[in-house]
Design a protein around this ligand. Sequence first.
Ligand code: NAI
Length: 400
Amino acid sequence: MIIKPIIQGVVARSAHPLGCQQSVLNQIEYVKNAPQVADGPKKVLVLGASSGFGLASRISVAFGGSQADTIGVSFERGPSDKGVGTAGWYNNVFFREEAEKQGLIAKNFVGDAFSQDMRDHVVAYIQNEFGGSVDLVVYSLATGVRPNPETGELWRSSIKTVGEPVSGPTINIELDTLESMDVETASEDELEATVKVMGGEDWESWITMLSNAGVMAKGCKTVAYSYVGPEVTYPIYHHGTLGRAKAHLHGTADLLNDRLKALDGEAYVSVCKALVTKASVFIPAFSPYILSLFKVMKENGTHEGCIEQMQRLFADRLYGNTAHVPVDDARLIRVDDWELDPETQQAVKALMAKMTAENFHQIGDYEGYKLDFLQLNGFGYNNVNYNARVNMDKMLLLQP
Ligand code: NAI
């Protein structure tokens, strides 16, 4: 069949397998040629491994100097009579293929990372087939729902403000328009549920469970990802429900860091740059900032995508020759440093002030934003022939 992009609002309803393969290959190529990760991890578990920062982390530790064996957990759908499957499914397949070509283990678990069943499978695999322990756990899940482990009831996150409502322009990728939207104030219940879904509780429970099972190696590290951003975005992010959840995540890093001392281990949160991912396009009123940021950072030559961010994180911050992992006053790793550079932010603010529904294509980097979105789903690569038929019978045989 011929596969075309189908976009509804900010959700992609189709994915191109060969474009996803190209995306994985490009990221591998990038990390092979970038400054390498020295003294890196060798046995890595990535929770949320199929896209965005998690996939980039996995590619970085496997191909960026450390040659790590990896286990990836993700929630994805393969091809069936209902559709071609999700981009993350193909990312898993093609990552594994490339890793195996290099003689690396790349085990994929596709299913619900919140379930006990998944935890049991992962632990059994580490114990029986992965050498008995992991020396790095990357926590990169992004989701809108998490079941309460005790009752099974679902907590649902809300991307809302805390305090005052705000309104602001937001991109509609389907229609290529900039529309005004109101972001409501969260209720106490919504705020609490968002912290449950996107805060640190599940990260803590994974690390506790792995430690109790004796599969965290001596000297192990764990890292989760966060966003802070500049003041212009505070009402919708840092001071909103997501920011509250991230504050909880930051606190969890300190708690886990204390607990892991018994193993000479360490826990960190890395604050990353704003990027287009399957998760971030849902953040209302955030896109004008990203459009302006991309424009300025590309002009300055400081723009990075997920893979550049993760390679810099592992090569320059978490591993390498430094005696200590460099952190800020709040013990956070800051790979958002180039984003928050004062001159960059001044230029971004000036662009945002000028941006309207008529001129956002010229003022901001809408072309880059849309291309990133298409490429997340395997579209928009020059060297993929999108007019050629994809043999779905062959795709159906691929296993993650
Ligand atoms: P993403 O949507 O690209 O990836 C999320 C991953 O979680 C996927 O692998 C997905 O399969 C997996 N997942 C979701 N629910 C699952 C479940 N129930 N069981 C198993 N796997 C599940 O997201 P992205 O943007 O890479 O986010 C990862 C982290 O990075 C999040 O904590 C996010 O807040 C953070 N971050 C994102 C930024 C951005 O601009 N995108 C900026 C800074 C931090």
